[in-house]
Ligand binder design. Structure first.
Ligand SMILES: Cc1ncc(COP(=O)(O)O)c(C=O)c1O
Length: 384
């Protein structure tokens, strides 16, 4: 009897991050492929969640999320992003992954198209695929990952309903400037597009640049779905805590779909984060950029010395580098060579782009402990 899996599930591309991680463990290497953040969770965050569990806050929350967390997130967005959302316009989700799934399911229909900038974050593409949405891939080009607005405009079709912005971006580290966002805002208004913006790396910004939330631009708030998470900011990727902020007319749709797919985000962790957001002072958030900029510089120096020229990122905790001098035809072959010779695992570029140039790229994560990063940098020096 043949019981095939769905067409939809066949379109989902499994990330090579998993296979690189398995290979890396097999050779006892250093995993710069996986995007988990190895830095410590702030004590206030850990304690507050433990207290919430002990206080018995262990049952379902409302599907919109706990009121305390919704209020704390609205306040955070006002403070850090200049965004004016009321707590009623915030829906707590299961990480930023849950945010895009719920938001895209809530606002788009099968066959609608969404612009994705290439190199893209694989989950963004797979989420669109899982919802039977079409992805229109528009390249950004190295070294600065600039956008060609004429190319973007030409790529749009009458079915295009949305655009995904990821700033700072995984994997390029691009931080969209206010001018670029203003041009995107003009396009979105003229073509009546919904803007889905993923800002999980909002605090991981370097070189004195500012993170600009698209919804803070004139005219964009009404058509923008702001998506973020505490996953990276508090180094709690396993807690599954993210949110959507958007105009009130969409809140109940998002809440209903969040209820359907996830029921709710973990209640004690929501309560813990609500309290931690009130406890942590600004020094914590201000410290993230410089800490990760130092890690970026350390990794990029090691890549440069190894002849794997990095495209130095403006934000996030990833750097793309040029692997073209390594033997192999594909990014995977080059990444495997690097792993065999140095024990350092990266993600081959074809995980982020369908363009042939991607086979010359590798993505390295620098959200690592100082000891792991030191060892990775030492090992890269062993590449001839
Ligand atoms: C751009 C981007 N968005 C979303 C996520 C996932 O976030 P979460 O763990 O909150 O679902 C990641 C994780 O790597 C990411 O890089």
């Amino acid at each position: 009897m043949e019981l095939p899996v769905s067409q939809r599930s066949r379109r989902i591309r499994l990330s090579p991050i998993r296979s690189m991680t398995v290979e890396c463990a097999r050779v006892g290497g250093i995993n710069l492929a996986q995007g988990v953040c190895d830095t410590p969770v702030p004590e206030a965050v850990r304690r507050a969640a433990q207290q919430a569990i002990e206080a018995g806050e262990n049952v379902y929350s409302r599907s919109e999320g706990c009121d305390e967390l919704r209020a704390a997130l609205a306040e955070k967005m006002r403070r850090h992003n200049g965004l004016d959302y009321s707590p009623d316009e915030v829906v707590v989700t299961n990480g930023a992954t849950g945010s895009l799934y719920v938001a895209a399911m809530g606002l788009l229909d099968p066959g609608d198209e969404v612009v994705l900038f290439e190199p893209y974050y694989g989950y963004h593409l797979n989420t669109l695929e899982a919802l039977d949405l079409g992805a229109i891939l528009v390249p950004t080009r190295p070294p600065d990952w600039e956008l060609d607005f004429d190319e973007l405009e030409t790529a749009l079709t009458p079915r295009t309903r949305g655009i995904v912005i990821n700033t700072p971006s995984n994997p390029t580290g691009k931080v969209f400037s206010r001018a670029e966002l203003a041009a995107l805002a003009e396009l979105a208004e003229r073509r009546d597009l919904i803007v889905f913006t993923d800002e999980v790396y909002e605090h991981f910004v370097f070189d004195g640049l500012d993170h600009v939330s698209p919804a803070s631009l004139p005219g964009l708030r009404e058509r923008t779905v702001t998506m973020s998470a505490l996953s990276k900011t508090f180094a709690i990727t396993g807690w599954r805590l993210g949110w959507i902020a958007a105009d009130a007319r969409w809140t109940q749709t998002f809440a209903a779909l969040n209820d359907l797919v996830y029921v709710c985000a973990p209640t004690p962790l929501q309560q813990g984060c609500a309290r931690a957001l009130a406890l942590l002072d600004e020094d914590y958030y201000r410290g993230i950029g410089p800490e990760y900029q130092a890690k970026r510089d350390q990794l990029c120096r090691a890549l440069e010395r190894a002849g794997l020229t990095p495209f130095v990122p403006q934000g996030s905790y990833f750097a793309l580098a040029d692997l073209s001098r390594l033997p192999g035809e594909t990014g995977m072959e080059r990444a495997m060579h690097l792993l065999r010779v140095t024990g350092v695992a990266c993600v081959p570029g074809e995980a982020f782009s369908e363009r042939p140039e991607a086979h010359a790229l590798g993505r390295f994560c620098f959200g690592k402990t100082p000891a792991d990063l030191d060892e990775a940098c030492r090992s890269l020096a062993g590449l001839d």
